[in-house]
Design a protein around this ligand. Sequence first.
Ligand code: AMP
Ligand code: FE
Ligand code: FE
Ligand code: ZN
Length: 287
Amino acid sequence: MQTRPRFHGPSDLHLHSSASDGTEPPALVMAAAHRHGLRTAALTDHDTTSGWAEAADAATSLGMTFVPGMELSSRHRWRSIHLLAYLVDPDDAALRAMTDRIRSSRLDRAREMADRIGRDYDVAWEDIVAQTSDGATVGRPHIADALVARGVVRDRAEAFAGILSPANDYYVALYAPDPVTAVELIVGAGGVAIMAHPAGRAGVPGDGLLDAMLDAGLAGFELAHRENLPEGVRALKRIVRTRDLIVTGSSDYHGLGKPNLPGENTTSDAMLARILAGGTGSSAVFA
Ligand code: AMP
Ligand code: FE
Ligand code: FE
Ligand code: ZN
């Protein structure tokens, strides 16, 4: 007898809510995913799992499959590397200690950036707090929203191109673990680690770093993402073939905060099946 898989595409495995820097609460993110024709969606807020319960309820009541995820911050020298962490145990002590530390550093860093920006522009810490949901992971997008509300810039894109750029003196780095440690934490929490937008403008990480991440258990790459550049994708495809890695495609939806729309890139059923089979820290939720 043949058993039908209970999950099916189209699947979008990278969406953000107001639990981090998306503009909509988790339930509305799942509603947007549903409106765009998706049947499986993951919530991957930066450094937090706090949106999972609301998203899972909303997704399943719409007949969708929910995949719990997170986008864990890491840093290699000056370069920020994001790791999608699927099916981690949200109560894993080591992972929790790390996400607590990153989020508290993000708060200090946003305050310091607000102080610096406030010397030149009419924006204060309270304006940023007003743009941030209670308990959310704070990021530069919230500072951008405060600048928009104050009429300093038109949108997040303009803020990132200018005031919030790392090239600017207003910029303060956040604490984040090195990428190998980040992969180890995800794997240690029973999760599947996939490198997010791995071929963006910063370029594909060097072979030494990539090999170290793969040796630590990095399971694959988000190859279909609007920020990836073709040359880097070609290089990564060779590594994927050699090592039989997982490949995903996703939108990186942030509500109104970015032009990215749910389902603009998707992940195949075969790859979704590998992720679901590989994660042991938590489970997908089926309608
Ligand atoms: P942070 O982690 O606080 O340094 O901020 C980085 C976040 O800002 C990323 O997660 C993106 O979602 C967001 N971001 C980066 N560039 C842009 C942009 N041009 N427009 C809107 N959001 C952006
Ligand atoms: Fe973001
Ligand atoms: Fe990212
Ligand atoms: Zn993202």
